[in-house]
Write a protein that binds this ligand. Sequence first.
Ligand code: SF4
Length: 279
Amino acid sequence: MTIELTPLDQPTRSDLTVFSYGGGWQSTAALVLAARGDLPYRTFLFANVGADSEHPATLAYISEHAAPFAERHGIALHLLDRLRRDGSVETLYGRLTKPGSRSLPIPVRMSNGAPGTRSCTADFKIRVIGRWLKAHGASGEHPATVGIGISLDEIHRANARRCEPYEQIVYPLLDLRIRRADCPSIIRSAGLPVPPKSSCWFCPFHRLSAWADMRREQPELFAKSCALETLLNGRRTELGKDPVWLTRYAAPLDEVVPADDVLPLDLGDGGCDSGWCFT
Ligand code: SF4
């Protein structure tokens, strides 16, 4: 027997409507579209993996450009930290490097190049935003509407993540048929510079070209990434486990990342541009 839901039986949306701001091209284009009234979002939520974890260029862009722009247009842009039970802030880098920790929450590459399972997206993004939504009235009965900045050329990423009970995910850039390549002109039309790609600086989803850029342009950050890989593998060795890597080439970063040439056919990088680490 098929039971048809009447409108009254269907979940009622709460009035809470937010946009998951990832700090990259798509969500900054969405911010511009919201500011000019083309999208109905007045609250943008950025799940901050940590001042020591998010790429510094993204945090600088938000504080210098996105946040002042949002404020000028009456849009609330909230930067949300992951909080421990005692109210202190936990960062992803802090969790990774905590002395004695066995936690490996990021998608490190195994010896065959495949990424391992990760909990970083769920713990530091989905749950952080979920906690804010629930604190502001979202529930299973009254789910919040959460806009995600997936563009038409990334349509395969839509619906890749299941909705939590307290949210209904929508993809407003798909409705407007906006492609990633459209985003820079939308962003510039508001007088904003185009943001860098957003992700943790140590994300193992970076492609080799992104690592090569970091090695050339931010050698200190590159050295810190090498040190992180070494730290993780020191721990793995103590536990009698195979090494893991930040690239898919099963060798230390400073051996596999070229010091100068940008590799052809290795465009862009992964990360959390959409705010959910769909990579
Ligand atoms: S950018 Fe990478 S490391 Fe950071 S939360 Fe997303 S998947 Fe995890």
